[in-house]
Design a protein around this ligand. Structure first.
Ligand SMILES: [Zn+2]
Length: 171
């Protein structure tokens, strides 16, 4: 599985990373991804996405940036730094975020890192960093699913419920 490496001092980020690691080690996490069947803009099945994510053994550096304007909560740089994840820690973007919300971004970026580590398939969400209409792409859907696991402890969540929440989240 992907292991996040973060040497910074932001405690909420450490806490979110600990939760993300638990989710990435959880069989049920991959089971529902496989049940989805397919993702928008992916040229492979959801089972192949789940297997690539699970078997990806990257150490992914978590880096921070501050961008108070614009929509981004996290970023990826598929050409210059494909296996790192970037989290926007500008107070206006980060201060009021919950741990499950930050985990959503971390897992979203983990899907990108696994995608960059895979030469056989593509399962991103296209070039730009705008979420509109992309709720059923692998990075957004899987990130949303991770957030829902943390928000609904002990509850059974269905593919249809993740579809609805991810589409609402992306607009
Ligand atoms: Zn993305």
């Amino acid at each position: 599985m992907i292991t996040f490496v973060y040497n910074g001092s932001i405690q909420k980020l450490h806490d979110a990373i600990a939760e993300a690691h638990k989710i990435l080690a959880n069989d049920d996490f991959y089971k529902l991804i496989k049940e989805r069947g397919n993702f928008d803009l992916a040229d492979c099945t959801a089972t192949q996405v789940a297997d690539r994510l699970r078997n990806c053994n990257l150490n992914s550096q978590v880096k921070t940036y501050k961008h108070p304007f614009g929509p981004s909560l996290g970023k990826e740089f598929p050409i210059t730094d494909p296996t790192s994840v970037y989290i926007n820690v500008s107070p206006i973007k980060f201060k009021n975020r919950t741990i499950p919300s930050v985990v959503n971004t971390l897992i979203h970026e983990a899907v990108h890192a696994a995608d960059s580590d895979c030469a056989d398939f593509d399962f991103g969400h296209g070039e730009d960093n705008h979420s509109k209409g992309k709720g059923l792409t692998a990075p957004y859907w899987i990130g949303c699913w991770a957030e829902m696991i943390l928000e609904n402890p002990g509850k059974v969540i269905t593919v249809a419920q993740v579809d609805a929440q991810s589409k609402a989240y992306c607009g």
